[in-house]
Design a protein around this ligand. Sequence first.
Ligand code: GLA
Length: 365
Amino acid sequence: MKQYFAPGRVNLIGEHLDYNGGLVLPAALTIGVTATFIPRNDNRIVLRSATHSFSKEVSLDDEIVFDAKNDWTNYPLGIIAQLLKENHSVPACEIVYESNLPEGSGLSSSAAVEVLTAYALLSQAESNVNLVWLANFCKQVENDFIGVKCGIMDQYAVALGKKDHALLLDCNKVRHEYIPFELGDYKLMVMNTMKPRSLIHSKYNERKSECEAALHIIQTTKSEIENLCEADMFWLDVLTDEVLRKRARHVISENLRVKEAAKVLEWNDLSTFGRLMNASHTSLKNDYEVTGIELDTLAETAQEQKGCLGARMTGAGFGGCAIAIVHQSAVEEFKNKVQEKYLLVTGLHCEIYETQIGDGVHQIN
Ligand code: GLA
């Protein structure tokens, strides 16, 4: 019996840039999903969860296809199907998943399950799984099997995250560097809207199409660029459609913010980093329009609190979580004030956690 762990992630800054060929700055968390791998002597795979009652058993000879009825097991099933299609050896086994990530919170539990499953299965035959390959492989499964046209950020952060470091990922070149993320007297807080994200997949794919449309129009005059993050703010006049112009403006300005954020982090200038987080949220609210009342209330209330350097939504948006950097002496008051205001505005109770930055996928015993 072997055990493996894959973390959840937050994105510190650089939102909706991965599928636009830009820079992102995610970090893996110390919370995530654990898989217990138990070999079997037949040709079957059993997928179970300690947190969900739904389980699934398949034969390695079956054709595995996406089916909404398969619930959470679609993620590991997609991985198994693709590994088989690419002729990897997939061992018969039972895998039991246990997660301590808050459910549906946008902290990438799906990427964690994908990366974890692929890593656990491949580790049985290979001593060194190539993690960059693994991230790309899992992203492809999410795109093709699950049908979410996501970029590479989540799977990459889950696979290659590093304790106490942010991962500066160039999504065009698919190359990363680690930047120390040392908070000193500050804490990284995650604020969960507790709002179910029902329309997220269609809205996400809609934003991606809008960016593609904006890129095509810009390319009619600037044929040299291959992705929206290479565009210049001065070129936006060619976008006569107000919506497309706003989407492109977010993408271009956010990419500049990530560059600056990476620079100020090298100097440990957390105050400037916090201001960039605030600006990122405003852009996601007004130009990219992926926040909504819940995320805006959390981020904007957080930004007003004593000891808070900055706050923004993290991940895809439309619900999910926001993050904030808060002085440790102010954490208790911060939680109370934000929860109180959030309840007043939305009628919902938000959960607020203090988090640590941890390592990417690994074996734990
Ligand atoms: C989701 C996707 C990522 C990324 C973010 C937004 O988490 O899975 O690929 O696009 O949204 O930055």
